[in-house]
Design a protein around this ligand. Structure first.
Ligand SMILES: Nc1ncnc2c1ncn2[C@@H]1O[C@H](COP(=O)(O)OP(=O)(O)O)[C@@H](O)[C@H]1O
Ligand SMILES: CC(=O)N[C@@H](CCC(=O)OP(=O)(O)O)C(=O)O
Length: 299
């Protein structure tokens, strides 16, 4: 009996959040463990489909760094990263596009559809969704100690998002699943970090939320404790004092950019946890770390 009441409590706790987010767009960056472990793949698919059925508009942007790495290795192509970005020559770009736009994207689409969703896979080329330009990577020259621009190949940054194709899919109850490959004015493909794409898409859609699934439970402070909320103004400070390092820096920066572009709230949450997305959206406390403009919250 107690268990049944607890189940009912879960639903009543979710009700105000269901009302609040009805008809709203939620952009989810899907990657890491959640994309490989069978149990997590299933819980992710169920979460996204449930969101859609109760009237939210989920938009999935996926990564696939480890999957690209595996194929490059099997093909004997060496790969390396500079400041978290994969150095992408022409042969690597071919593999990136094949793995992200072909294999990974279609696996996610098939997984969502197998669980009863209506997912459609896109790369940034479809419907002119992501226009990209070459990323100008700056690095300090160790000899002269001055910044210089280094060439990391076909790595792109988002120039513009044209959300028309996403809106058309949403209106027809489809779930867009987007691979982070953009197209340049020169017609060439660009490899773009998936967090950056998710942030810009959330901004262009003025999404209610941007959720980044990762391999830690959120941002931890210097004392090792999870920080549940960070005002967007404080992120630069946390980078400067060394609290945020490595891959967390571009992730947190992309949250700040999204907030400044009008996204309601951004969240860095644990993709290793079953039903992480549902727990974040539909519980009072949420999970992980929220980065937002807490002084001037979006109405
Ligand atoms: N303050 C911090 N709190 C939590 N994780 C941090 C922090 N600073 C750096 N990190 C690192 O950031 C990593 C997440 O970034 P990244 O590896 O790029 O994730 P993903 O592969 O999910 O995109 C964590 O695994 C952790 O090692
Ligand atoms: C430029 C760059 O580094 N692009 C990434 C794109 C995929 C990605 O971002 O995947 P994750 O989210 O799984 O890391 C790459 O080639 O790995």
């Amino acid at each position: 009996m107690q268990k049944l009441i607890e189940k009912a409590n879960v639903l009543t706790e979710a009700l105000p959040w269901i009302k609040r987010f009805y008809g709203k767009t939620i952009v989810i960056k899907y990657g890491g463990n959640a994309m490989v472990e069978e149990r997590l793949k299933e819980s992710f698919a169920r979460d996204i489909i449930l969101m859609r059925y109760i009237g939210l508009n989920p938009v999935v942007v996926h990564g696939g760094g480890p999957q690209i790495g595996q194929v490059l290795e099997a093909m004997g192509i060496e790969t390396r990263f500079v400041q978290g970005m994969r150095v992408t020559d022409a042969a690597t770009m071919g593999v990136v596009e094949m793995v992200l736009g072909g294999k990974v994207n279609k696996e996610i689409v098939a997984n969502l559809n197998r669980h009863g969703g209506r997912a459609v896979g896109l790369t940034g080329k479809d419907g002119g969704l992501i226009t990209a330009r070459k990323l100008e990577m700056k690095q300090i020259n160790p000899d002269t100690l001055t910044p210089e621009i280094i060439d990391i190949g076909m790595v792109g940054e988002v120039e513009q998002i044209n959300p028309e194709i996403i809106e058309a899919l949403e209106q027809n109850n489809f779930i867009p699943v987007i691979a982070p490959v953009g197209i340049g004015a020169d017609g060439r493909s660009y490899n773009i970090n998936a967090d950056l794409v998710a942030g810009r898409i959330a901004g262009a859609l003025r999404a209610e939320k941007l959720i980044l699934l990762t391999d830690v439970d959120g941002i931890r402070g210097k004392d090792g404790k999870l920080i549940s909320t960070i005002d967007h103004c404080r992120v630069a400070e946390l980078i400067a004092d060394g609290t945020l390092t490595g891959g967390m820096i571009p992730k947190a920066n992309c949250c700040v950019e999204a907030v400044r572009a009008g996204v309601g709230k951004t969240h860095i949450i644990d993709g290793r946890m079953e039903h992480a997305c549902l727990l974040e959206i539909f519980t009072d406390k949420g999970i992980g770390t929220a980065i937002a403009d807490f002084e001037n919250p979006r109405a």
